[in-house]
Write a protein that binds this ligand. Sequence first.
Ligand code: NAD
Ligand code: UDP
Ligand code: UDP
Length: 380
Amino acid sequence: NSATKAPPTPSPLRFSKYFQSNMRILVTGGAGFIGSHLVDRLMENEKNEVIVADNYFTGSKDNLKKWIGHPRFELIRHDVTEPLLVEVDQIYHLACPASPIFYKYNPVKTIKTNVIGTLNMLGLAKRVGARILLTSTSEVYGDPLVHPQDESYWGNVNPIGVRSCYDEGKRVAETLMFDYHRQHGIEIRIARIFNTYGPRMNIDDGRVVSNFIAQAIRNEPLTVQAPGTQTRSFCYVSDMVDGLIRLMEGENTGPINIGNPGEFTMMELAETVKEVSFTLPASPPGHEFAWNNFSLGHIEISTLLHGWLYFQCAGFIVLLINPEVEIIGVENTPDDPRQRKPDITKAKELLGWEPKIKLRDGLPLMEEDFRRRLEVPREN
Ligand code: NAD
Ligand code: UDP
Ligand code: UDP
């Protein structure tokens, strides 16, 4: 009988949510590439408290060093395959290796991370009444038979291949999310992330953009895996983080594709890395080594040491070419999807989101970060 029922006592967490509109947010995998950029954005809002849980398999404390010791920030070494007891309002669940060489390294662990890890985070969401966002992947479409891929496509995935621990793991994670939503009323959000790149990617994690940039900086040949005509669509990390936050804050469960529809073959990507556009002020480091300057209309061309060419216009470098960068063909790995491009109609309509950074603008930002970490200044 409701007349005799005690009124519900708000927990400190609920109190903080409704009376101060503070948010306590858990980011699993927050020490990784996308996770650490997401943490940066969440920490910009003074009403957010952020807890990161990460086992540092592919992530690093270094990615979060500017927040360590901050009163609104907490970092926990934790493996999501183990239960986690924290009190939070939102969960961004990213924990999972994303690069093929890392997720294939211990495939059983990868599938446990996807299945048991997601189950634990859903159990946590259920206990505390938190909203949970899963970073799923375009890999759920497998080697797609429809192009571009929209969210209604069920995919073409090999269930027993070497990529299956990741692809099928994420598919089960999506299933768990929807079952907890239907069975327990959990508020869920699912993002299907397409290839993302930017500063802080692991330098040697084997993904194509990080490989090509590191190879170009080290003056090694760019390794295009056969046949080179396979396509991917690359999203800059700041656009990705913006999309994830909009999805979390919006009213739609998803799944929603978040990615950049600009599609490139791997051969085109290698060519683009070879010819990276710059808009830097004149006289970059090493410019004093120019041994030949000539003009072509408004364009001034300088030939530098090691064969680099700078094209300048009105005092700005507009193009830099290193003719010595070589492109070679190498063998591919099994089950490599032949084409991939997101249909982002849903993200545009439901989240008002679309990517802003073009590949040619994002690559130099990543190159700058890689040069700093590899300690190879631009004049080399
Ligand atoms: P990343 O490898 O840089 O980050 C993953 C983080 O999860 C790392 O910090 C790692 O240490 C942590 N982690 C791994 N297993 C864990 C476990 N069992 N317990 C706790 N922490 C664990 O990868 P990323 O590129 O930042 O990817 C983040 C998420 O986005 C992943 O879920 C990935 O599947 C998804 N995603 C990424 C891309 C992409 O192109 N980067 C594409 C599709 C989906
Ligand atoms: N779980 C967790 N943190 C919590 C609550 C649950 O890690 O705060 C884990 C729990 O250990 C369990 C999983 O989430 O393995 C699923 O929890 P749920 O309550 O849905 O299922 P049950 O415990 O009844 O199997
Ligand atoms: N790839 C390549 N050279 C490399 C690494 C990867 O040509 O050094 C290709 C790979 O065959 C695939 C594409 O780049 O077709 C994207 O691979 P990545 O591992 O970056 O991401 P995913 O396959 O998960 O999309």
